[in-house]
Design a protein around this ligand. Structure first.
Ligand code: PEP
Length: 248
């Protein structure tokens, strides 16, 4: 059985003071028996996370990365820099980056490769819009998004991925996918991985993201192919984040 994994995506939120309170609250609320967990924070706060979380059960990571190696790319942050802060995870292809920064699946795949090359774990986000769901295109859309990454990777490297299914219509809206709806997509994504590498399909965590909260987490996480959560809003309050971790 795959262990559950709960990852917070702070998005562009935080301040040194608020982060300290949140991180201390999370660490203090864990008693060692819970699911694995991590927070993905804005890059300027990685040092603070490394200082506060080293030696605890909470891992940390970043929310984006450049597809390039270090060099003349003003404003970008390369994977080698993130690795220097001991990041375990890097989110790639979040729907907000696809929508507001026009990131293509091709670019997301290159970012995933850059993350793997530095020994970190990419969290590859895929998800359909409401219009795509209503048009019956969900499986095709998420399949193409994941496929772009799968085809760039050596099949043996697939075991190092985390995938997150995040329906765009559920992100930050308070409308989560039903457990059955999410399970259907997760099973589809796992089958897609299985075609390339059967062992990877067994071990790759497929997280659900989209308005996951302490009160709906249990039912979502009880589905056989939902291996954890990528949590936005509820990751900003220690009590809510801990509630989801404990539900897992
Ligand atoms: C997210 O942005 O990854 C997310 C899942 O957000 P929320 O939990 O707020 O819907």
């Amino acid at each position: 059985m795959r262990a559950k994994l709960i990852i917070g995506n702070w998005k562009m939120n935080g301040s040194r003071a608020a982060n300290a309170e949140l991180l201390n609250g999370i660490v203090a609320g864990l008693d060692g028996a819970e699911a694995a967990c991590a927070v993905c924070v804005p890059a300027p706060y990685l040092q603070q996370c490394q200082d506060a979380l080293s030696g605890t059960a909470v891992a940390w990571g970043a929310q984006d990365v450049s597809m390039h190696e270090c060099g003349p790319y003003t404003g970008e942050v390369c994977a080698a820099m993130l690795a220097e802060f001991a990041c375990r995870y890097v989110i790639v292809g979040h729907s907000e980056r696809r929508a507001y920064h026009r990131e293509t699946s091709e670019l997301v795949a290159k970012k995933a490769l850059a993350v793997l090359a530095e020994g970190m774990t990419p969290i590859v986000c895929v998800g359909e819009t409401l219009a795509q769901r209503d048009a019956g295109e969900t499986m095709q859309v998420v399949g193409e998004m994941l496929g772009a990454v799968l085809e760039k990777l050596d099949p043996a490297a697939l075991e190092k991925l985390v995938v997150a299914y995040e329906p765009v219509w559920a992100i930050g809206t308070g409308k989560n996918a039903t457990p059955e709806t999410a399970q259907e997509v997760h099973a589809h994504l796992r089958a897609q991985i299985r075609v390339r590498n059967a062992q990877a399909a067994q071990v790759v965590p497929i997280l659900y993201g989209g308005s996951m909260k302490p009160d709906n987490a249990g039912a979502l996480l009880a589905q056989p192919d939902i291996d954890g959560g990528l949590i936005g809003g509820a990751a900003l309050k220690a009590g809510d984040f801990l509630g989801i971790i404990k539900a897992a």
